[in-house]
Design a protein around this ligand. Structure first.
Ligand code: NAP
Length: 255
């Protein structure tokens, strides 16, 4: 049955069965939004959804593998039939390519010796997957009165930060996969924002900070709730809010 008449704000978060995406889903639900919890594995999605529903959230699991266009289009069809529109899209799903290791230990990303297949796999999820999902959801976002797109990048996307030999990234191993994929994502964010500015669709990139999740074997020093806060902030900006920006919890991040 369509729920178009309820006028609840509808938000889709990709990769929301755990980590920062799950944290964002929880916070959006706490704000009273209907949250579509994207998960490539429905059982893992339902596990997370059950916990969030117990706290009162209006949560619906949507099977969505960002690297599988058929699943993305099926998800868009489901959102269309069930809700008729989408207000918020958070492109959160992402992989490091190195598995669950802290950035200091990602020896397999060093440019001169990197496995090109790994680079392709990372870009497939972190960049091409975002294009697939965004383009599939755009017709639904265009039906919203306040559409927002948030792309989850990283401080590792920042050329200003990563090229500073005395900056925080000088202590990390160089990366030919994860870091460039997130730089491509911030570039893509600007291009989408420029295309969609006239339509009132605000598109921004965010850096959640170093958050303790499976992706870094929980070596991060921020909680999931702290990391998710900037996603939610950019997902809920007013119509006079920024577009084509890159933000962390403290404000704009240098490109
Ligand atoms: P995480 O705990 O490993 O969660 C990643 C999520 O993405 C999981 O739900 C995972 O699903 C999902 N995912 C991976 N590939 C997918 C695909 N092809 N289709 C759909 N979902 C997919 O990692 P996280 O730390 O929360 O990361 C979330 C985002 O924040 C990522 O974009 C990451 O790059 C970014 N980020 C994280 C940090 C940090 O310190 N943690 C810092 C900067 C940026 P499965 O459970 O099925 O694997």
């Amino acid at each position: 049955m369509s729920e178009q008449s309820t006028h609840r704000t509808v938000a889709l978060v990709t990769g929301a069965n755990k980590g920062i995406g799950r944290g964002a889903a929880e916070q959006l639900a706490d704000l009273g939004m209907t949250v579509l919890l994207g998960a490539r594995n429905v059982e893992r999605g339902e596990e997370a959804a059950t916990a969030l529903r117990a706290a009162g959230g209006d949560i619906h699991v949507v099977r969505l593998d960002v690297t599988d266009p058929a699943s993305v289009h099926a998800a868009a069809t489901y959102v269309d039939e069930r809700f008729g529109h989408l207000d918020v899209l958070i492109n959160n799903a992402g992989i490091t390519g190195s598995g669950q290791v802290s950035p200091e230990d990602a020896h397999d990303q060093v440019p001169s010796t990197v496995d090109l297949d790994m680079v392709r796999t990372v870009f497939e999820t972190n960049v091409f997957g975002v294009i697939t999902v965004t383009n599939a959801m755009l017709p639904l976002l265009r039906r919203s009165s306040a559409p927002r797109v948030v792309n989850v990048a990283s401080h590792a996307a920042s050329l200003a930060l990563t090229s500073d030999p005395s900056g925080p990234f000088s202590a990390l191993l160089p990366s030919a996969a994860y870091s460039p994929s997130k730089t491509a994502l911030t570039a893509l964010t600007v291009q989408y924002a420029n295309e969609l500015r006239a339509d009132g669709i605000l598109v921004n990139a965010v850096a959640p900070g170093y958050v303790a999740t499976d992706s870094n074997n929980h070596s991060g020093y921020l909680t999931v709730a702290q990391g998710a806060a900037v996603l939610v902030r950019l997902a809920t900006i007013g119509s006079d809010g920024p577009t084509a920006g890159f933000f962390d919890d403290a404000g704009p991040v240098a490109w």
